[in-house]
Design a protein around this ligand. Structure first.
Ligand code: GRF
Length: 184
């Protein structure tokens, strides 16, 4: 599931195409019809769909999304820049089968603008975390992390870019481990 740029989606897809990740992306779902990730997926022959999202009826989007994932036989749901909070019902429906990537070393800097939070805190290292999605935001079991230095001259953009390069590596790595296991 992706809402925007789709660089994490693209990195995962490249690993699959290069034969380095034994997985298949059966479906890309977005809450935004204009998400660049949709066009990228379609260009790779992946079923790519936007579903209408009404923030007053999140459950409707999630019911439709969940049904599509089940029909497509998806073992896991990978959140790749999906910018909506999922309801407890959806998280329960796919317990231990939803992964997210967050651009900080969790449990530090949960929520929005984690890179700016890291700069504001003055930490010398930050990074990214792949974790299972649970009811508590950005707090599920950690599957993989990568560390980057925070440099004196960094701003939110330069730090985000350095972290993003690691996101692209570490997300595929986490999926590689899971792809060899049956979901719990
Ligand atoms: C990434 O920084 C990811 O960690 C965060 O949202 C951003 C998505 O980027 N959850 P992209 O759409 O994958 O390029």
């Amino acid at each position: 599931m992706a809402s925007g740029r789709g660089s994490n989606f693209q990195a995962i897809q490249k690993e699959i195409e290069a034969g380095k990740l034994d997985a298949e992306i059966s479906l890309l779902l977005s809450d935004r019809a204009k998400a660049p990730a949709l066009a990228m997926a379609a260009a790779h022959g992946i079923d790519a769909r936007a579903l209408p999202y009404d923030k007053n009826d999140r459950a409707a989007f999630e019911r439709a999304a969940g049904d599509l994932f089940e029909q497509a036989g998806c073992a896991y749901i990978i959140l790749a820049g999906f910018m909506r909070i999922l309801t407890p019902e959806f998280i329960d429906r796919f317990e231990n089968r939803i992964l997210n990537i967050h651009p900080s070393l969790l449990p530090s800097f949960k929520g929005l603008h984690p890179q700016q939070q890291a700069l504001d805190a003055g930490v010398k290292f930050s990074g990214c975390t792949v974790h299972l999605v649970t009811q508590e935001l950005d707090a599920g079991p950690i599957l993989a992390q990568a560390v980057v230095p925070v440099l004196a001259q960094d701003d939110e953009e330069t730090l985000s870019q350095r972290i993003l390069e690691q996101e692209h590596r570490v997300y595929a790595e986490a999926i590689r481990v899971l792809a060899n296991k049956e979901p719990a």
